[in-house]
Design a protein around this ligand. Structure first.
Ligand SMILES: [Zn+2]
Ligand SMILES: [Zn+2]
Length: 257
């Protein structure tokens, strides 16, 4: 299994990074996880849009969903070959939110290109060789964490969440824990770097990959703070990182700029 980091920024994209977004791949299966602003362009540095098998959205905040808007335009009106509707796993109100932007008259086209599946209606799915499972987490809107398993390894992504027994149990034993650190100090809706380290320790993660750092939080400081609570490897995700998810995972930057 392989993780490609498309973006990590909090709140708004910068020239250095889109907001939250990742590609998860195993064999021929490709799943786009969170569609933060800027990630659609970054995705196309790595993969053709025709290669997407599914989209998985952790929650409806715009820093995780906004690029579903241009994805719709690309699939509905772009020069891409016709395809079956793209499965979009997300919060229950995601379709209605998108229709709010496009207008009710777009409903037919929206359902022609996207096949919405509510994360509230089921607990997992199999996309090619990728087994996905999800679990509700505590955030200020309905939100879910994701576990992806393939080839005997697993990656857990917190989405946006606070530390909770449910999240700890769900994250148990992941080879890679991709954890947000969107709070510099505890804010009731995001993990701090210390929380991410604590989660990694309690879940016995193989390694901790920090992402979605709070504005102003330097990666080196976030790593140092998380490392006071976790003895395993800690790094901060950067756009272009390609992480091989295995028992001895390493991050390798592959895309310049
Ligand atoms: Zn959020
Ligand atoms: Zn967020």
């Amino acid at each position: 299994m392989r993780l490609t980091v498309l973006g990590t920024a909090s709140h708004y994209p910068t020239p250095a990074s889109p907001c939250s977004g990742y590609l998860l791949e195993h064999d021929a299966a490709t799943v786009w996880v969170d569609a933060g602003p800027g990630t659609l362009a970054e995705l196309q540095r790595h993969r053709d849009l025709t290669g997407l098998d599914a989209v998985w959205i952790s929650h409806a905040h715009a820093d995780h969903t906004a690029d579903l808007l241009p994805l719709y335009y690309a699939l509905a009106f772009g020069d891409l070959p016709a395809r079956e509707p793209l499965p979009v796993f997300g919060p229950p109100d995601l379709r209605d939110r998108l229709l709010g932007f496009f207008g009710a008259g777009a409903a037919r086209d929206l359902d022609r290109v996207f096949a919405f599946q509510s994360l509230a209606d089921r607990a997992g799915a199999v996309i090619g060789g990728l087994r996905l499972a999800w679990e509700p987490v505590e955030h200020d809107v309905p939100a879910w964490a994701l576990r992806a398993q393939a080839g005997g390894v697993s990656l857990v992504y917190t989405g946006d969440a606070v530390l909770s027994p449910g999240l700890t149990a769900f994250a148990a034993g992941g080879n890679v824990l991709l954890a947000e650190a969107g709070a510099d100090r505890a804010d009731g809706s995001h993990l701090t770097p210390e929380d991410a380290g604590t989660l990694a320790t309690r879940a016995r993660a193989g390694r901790l990959l920090l992402t979605h750092l709070a504005l102003g939080l330097e990666p080196a400081d976030a790593i140092a703070r998380a490392s006071t609570h976790f003895g395993g490897p800690v790094t901060a995700a950067r756009p272009g990182d390609v992480v091989s998810v295995d028992p001895l995972s390493v991050a390798v930057p592959t895309v310049e700029g």
